[in-house]
Write a protein that binds this ligand. Structure first.
Ligand SMILES: Nc1ncnc2c1ncn2[C@@H]1O[C@H](COP(=O)(O)OP(=O)(O)OP(=O)(O)O)[C@@H](O)[C@H]1O
Length: 252
């Protein structure tokens, strides 16, 4: 049975005077992959960032409405954003490993949380890298720089870094668009495996990717959520003409 882990209700977001999100209401289901699609500039990344308050870091942003994680309003003044971003982790378009060893990348968040026990860290490194399906690639060179890995391996190490702090939700903003097709497929396969344990939200420009890996798809257009549905249903029988035009490649 599906149940929402996160909900957004009537979320409006302004960059200065420009309204980039025009009243988004959405439920993100537990242990599903939710894909967000839509033409460039329609607000996908902006909405993704509202889910872990990354927009707070951008000056002149105003947000109204409600976003909750397991029933808790994440915009409540009492919300600790560091804790929130651990629970709702993020992976970006460009792999962004720190200029440290692979090992130190993965345990970064744990060390910040005060965990220094070598056995615990070793265990977390192996578990997280295995979950991110990159253990076999890197197990013999954990002390080497993460920057020396291929783009796809770096991206999976970044996913491992997020997993290491046990998030509930993983947000990914076009995580494969900077990768070659083989690396992209590996990352997609990793996400399919991670769905067993995590709730995943992914922004993608690839219809193929959305239809291959996601359970539900949300179509954004000009700051509005036009429709959201079971992915198979939406791709086979979209309710709105704009969705149909976009997924059939008539614009975008
Ligand atoms: N930091 C910012 N300051 C001002 N305006 C912004 C900022 N970030 C995004 N915008 C504007 O908000 C709108 C939505 O942008 P957003 O990046 O969320 O769209 P997107 O659908 O993710 O686009 P893309 O697919 O090209 O990444 C666009 O008009 C964009 O120019």
């Amino acid at each position: 049975m599906t149940k929402p882990v996160m909900t957004a209700q009537d979320v409006h977001l302004f960059y200065g005077k420009k309204e980039a999100l025009k009243g988004i209401t959405m439920a993100i289901n537990w242990h599903q992959i939710t894909a967000m699609i839509g033409p460039s500039g329609c607000g996908k990344s902006t909405f993704l960032r509202t889910l872990n308050r990354m927009n707070d870091l951008i000056p002149e942003v105003t947000i109204t409405g409600n976003v909750s994680l397991e029933g808790q309003n994440i915009y409540a003044p009492s919300m600790d954003t560091v804790q929130l971003r651990k629970k709702v982790g993020m992976v970006f378009q460009q792999p962004n490993p720190f200029p440290f060893s692979i090992y130190d990348n993965v345990v970064y968040g744990l060390r910040i949380a005060g965990i220094h026990d070598r056995l615990k860290l070793d265990e977390a490194v192996e578990t997280s890298l295995r979950a991110a399906a990159v253990w076999d690639d890197v197990k013999d060179k954990l002390d080497q720089s993460a920057l020396a890995l291929s783009g796809g391996q770096q991206q999976r190490v970044c996913i491992a870094r997020v997993i290491a702090v046990h998030p509930e939700v993983i947000l990914l903003d076009e995580p494969t668009s900077a990768l070659d097709p083989i690396s992209a497929t590996k990352v997609e396969n990793t996400l399919l495996e991670l769905r067993e344990q995590y709730t995943i939200v992914i922004v993608t420009h690839s219809m193929h990717q959305a239809s291959r890996i996601s359970d539900q798809t949300a179509f954004f257009y000009q700051g509005e959520l036009i429709e959201m549905d079971n992915t198979k249903k939406m791709f086979m029988n979209p309710a709105d003409q704009k969705t149909e035009d976009y997924i059939s490649g008539r614009f975008g």
